[in-house]
Design a protein around this ligand. Structure first.
Ligand code: EPU
Length: 418
């Protein structure tokens, strides 16, 4: 296992290119299962999670090749309809193959993902939606077996809370269904919009992109498509916060500032200078960070995937900050590690009360999940002395070439074998 060593308290300066979004690439790759043929997806980040979903597609019989950031996937050869526990357990998003397999093949067997570090994360919305569309589901030996007699039928599906992968799974299931499907209280995350664009390019008929009401008129057939993955808004946000916490100034290119409405407003309120252009963001920290409160919410609210990183910024702010997590019940695992670095944080229910201090101190810490790990990197960059982060395989799930990008900003960071 590798660990990351950071010599902190160095201001960051420079320019880096943001990669394609992990959480957009995963459903785009899954959507290729909807119709046989050669699909092309550009701007796909090379990450552990994208490799996992490609391994899953390969296990189903698909063939793929990568050239730079472009993936070509052939789904003509798909002949196995089982997503095994071994692959699903390493990445919950593997459940995204369920909708497309049932829609195209009329049956699928997909392992249930189980719990994960940030919470229980059920998939009941995915299963209830498919049932409403006429799929017969039974749970057996930790797997969900899904069958459709003739075809899926359009249905009205309401989510109690907007679920990102739930919306994506039902969208993919509905494009080939007979009749009209309406998804109410759908997730409005930009990654869902990217999938809608791909499905439309494949010949689907979908109204309501980027709204909480998606109307899908089922079509008889689809064709392969060539699409581009949107930039990773969470990677963008992580580097913006890193500059805020460590100081300095940087330009992030190939990103979409429109996808970070809540973060950029909050960073401005915290005293950072943020200048946005069409596809880049400049950030600098001219003075001490001001304390602000945040509450995570579905898009366009503040993303839960940036809560841990923003908390680090607040540990070095000039006052008290209240950070409330409303999406996942167990997403404060970074708090204990940040306290080892001198942070003053108290947890009260689903809120963390952070009292800003002058500077964090380097320490040995342990990564527990992807975004918690990213927050420890941000903390290490800001802290005086050396920070050693173990179990960094979590980071490799979601940040392409993080060490290279941080070095391009002048950070002293390297990997070592544990
Ligand atoms: N929920 C249910 N039942 C369901 C589905 C969701 O109760 O069937 C609840 C969840 O427990 C949660 C809320 O609904 O409280 C929202 O969860 P959602 O389904 O939107 O999460 P997800 O689709 O499993 C995606 C991202 C996560 C991100 C969340 C929230 C992907 C592959 N994953 O997860 O990304 O945190 O949306 O924005 O898109 C990450 O990248 O580190 C990550 C965890």
């Amino acid at each position: 296992m590798d660990k990351l060593i950071i010599e902190g308290a160095r201001k960051l300066h420079g320019e880096i290119r943001i990669s394609g979004a992990k959480n957009a690439a995963l459903p785009l790759i899954a959507a290729t299962l909807l119709t046989p043929g050669w699909h092309v997806i550009h701007n796909v980040p090379d990450l552990r999670d994208t490799r996992t979903i490609l391994a899953l597609l390969e296990s189903l019989g698909a063939v793929w090749k990568r050239k730079g950031d472009a993936l070509t996937i052939n789904t003509e050869t798909v002949n196995n309809l089982e997503a095994s526990y071994d692959l699903v357990k390493t990445m919950r998003a593997s459940i995204l193959v369920l909708g497309p397999l049932v829609a195209r093949m009329g049956k699928a067997r997909v392992s249930l993902p189980g719990g994960c570090a940030i919470g229980a994360r059920p998939i009941d919305f995915h299963l209830q939606g498919l049932t409403k569309m006429g799929a017969r589901l039974d749970l057996e030996d930790g797997y969900v077996n899904a069958f459709v007699d003739n075809y899926l039928s359009g249905a009205h599906i309401y989510f109690d809370v907007p679920s990102v992968t739930g919306t994506e799974n039902i969208l993919m299931a509905s494009v080939l269904a007979k009749g009209i499907t309406v998804i109410k209280n759908a997730a409005r995350e930009p990654e869902v919009g990217n999938l809608v664009d791909m499905l439309i390019a494949m010949g689907a008929d979908i109204e309501g992109k980027d709204t909480d009401r998606l109307i899908i008129h089922g079509v008889k057939s689809l064709k392969p498509a060539e699409v581009t993955t949107i930039p990773d808004r969470i990677e963008t946000g992580t580097y913006l916060v890193a500059v805020g916490a460590a100081g300095g100034e940087a330009t992030l290119t190939n990103c979409n500032p429109n996808h970070l409405p809540a973060l950029t407003e909050k960073l401005r309120a915290a005293g950072l200078i943020i200048k946005e252009s069409e596809s880049s963001i400049f950030v600098s920290r001219p003075s001490k960070v001001q304390s602000i409160d945040i509450k995570t919410l579905p898009y366009p609210g503040f993303p839960t995937d940036l809560q841990a990183q923003l908390m680090v910024l607040m540990t070095v702010s000039n006052g008290l900050s209240v950070i409330t997590e409303t999406i996942f019940e167990n997403r404060f695992m970074h708090v204990a590690e940040l306290k080892r670095m001198g942070a003053e944080i108290r947890i009260n229910g689903n809120s963390a009360i952070v009292k800003g201090i002058k500077q964090l101190k380097g320490a040995q810490v342990m990564a527990t999940d992807l975004r918690a790990s990213a927050s420890l990197v941000v903390a290490g960059l800001a802290a005086k002395g050396v920070t050693e982060i173990s179990r960094i395989y979590h980071l490799e799930r979601g940040y392409e070439d993080m060490v290279g990008k941080l070095r391009a900003l002048g950070a002293r960071v390297h990997k070592e074998k544990e």
